[in-house]
Design a protein around this ligand. Structure first.
Ligand SMILES: NC(=O)c1ccc[n+]([C@@H]2O[C@H](COP(=O)([O-])OP(=O)(O)OC[C@H]3O[C@@H](n4cnc5c(N)ncnc54)[C@H](O)[C@@H]3O)[C@@H](O)[C@H]2O)c1
Length: 284
């Protein structure tokens, strides 16, 4: 609504009163924003949608990891995907429920859609956190920083410092001494835990990441964003959803790109794949 991206937004929740209240609250901003029809509806209302965003999932509490809620989330995601597909949905499924890599894979299997059209929000949020954290340390705008977190959206994620750039400069060339990668990566990895400790959940960062992905698809932008997609051999990893930079357009993921990582980062990426595969073994 704030970015005039869609004319219609339907909210569906197992708790219809909650969906109605959220729709009413959002609609209250309509006159001051970019009007859209926003209502609480049914899966049938979403049948013709261009994008369905699955945010229903088991939330994590305290220091619970995202992987720890996988089984509970899987049942919810399965139910949502089955119902939207039953209604005749044939657009792009964007999964935000955690653990997002496994939930996107589960949504792929439950939907029967081509993998290009089943996307997890992945590490777009973590990459945004990395850029913000580096920006604070380097006293520049986050937009001046090009940096990626790859792999799992979770504890095994890989902050790819070797390819991080400020206006084309590697970090050690921009700042001497460069910020400590171990400290920065830890801040990025634990950011969600700290926000959840303070307010109980995260919302604005992930919502903005979801909107950015929707924008890329709705406007057929062909922008490159790190999102979770089905890997088919990239960096030696196959048959698992993980984040790598993807060209996103009207058809969803149009190309998966493989950055030139350091050997240690590539090994960490493969270890991340193993962690996600192990957690998914009983689920998929
Ligand atoms: N990918 C990310 O970066 C990211 C960021 C934040 C949250 N999340 C994930 O998003 C999910 C939701 O988080 P939250 O904080 O909004 O949790 P929440 O508990 O506040 O909301 C979950 C909602 O899902 C609804 N729901 C449950 N089962 C349903 C079903 N079968 N059909 C329809 N609706 C159903 C509930 O009624 C509830 O309103 C969690 O899995 C969380 O980990 C992901």
């Amino acid at each position: 609504m704030l970015r005039a991206l869609f004319r219609e937004i339907v909210l569906i929740d197992a708790n219809p009163a909650l969906a109605q209240a959220e729709a009413a609250d959002l609609s209250d901003a309509n006159a001051l924003a970019r009007p859209a029809r926003i209502w609480a509806g049914t899966y049938e209302d979403a049948a013709q949608a261009s994008i369905a965003v699955i945010t229903a999932g088991a939330a994590t509490h305290g220091d619970e990891s995202r992987l720890a809620v996988a089984a509970r989330s899987a049942a919810i995601v399965e139910s949502c995907v089955a119902q939207v597909m039953q209604a005749g949905f044939d657009g792009v499924l964007l999964v935000a429920a955690n653990p997002v890599d496994l939930m996107a894979h589960r949504a792929l299997r439950a939907s029967g859609l081509p993998s290009a059209r089943v996307i997890g929000t992945g590490t777009l949020l973590d990459s945004s956190r990395l850029r913000q954290t580096l920006a604070t340390a380097l006293h520049v705008a986050p937009a001046a920083i090009d940096a990626l977190v790859l792999g799992e959206h979770g504890d095994s994620e890989v902050a790819a410092f070797s390819i991080a750039r400020v206006a084309g400069l590697p970090l050690p060339a921009f700042a001497d001494p460069a910020p400590d990668p171990t400290v920065i990566a830890c801040q990025v990895r634990t950011a969600a835990y700290e926000i959840i400790a303070g307010k109980g959940y995260t919302s604005f960062g992930v919502a903005t990441a979801i909107v950015r992905i929707c924008e890329a698809i709705a406007r057929d932008e062909r922008v490159a964003l790190p999102v979770s997609t089905l890997l088919t051999g990239q960096l030696g990893v196959a048959d698992v959803y993980l984040s790598l930079p993807c060209i996103l357009g009207a058809g969803g993921v149009e190309r998966v790109l493989v950055p030139e990582l350091s050997d240690a980062e590539a090994a960490a990426f493969r270890a991340s794949a193993e962690a996600v595969k192990a957690a998914g073994a009983a689920l998929l």
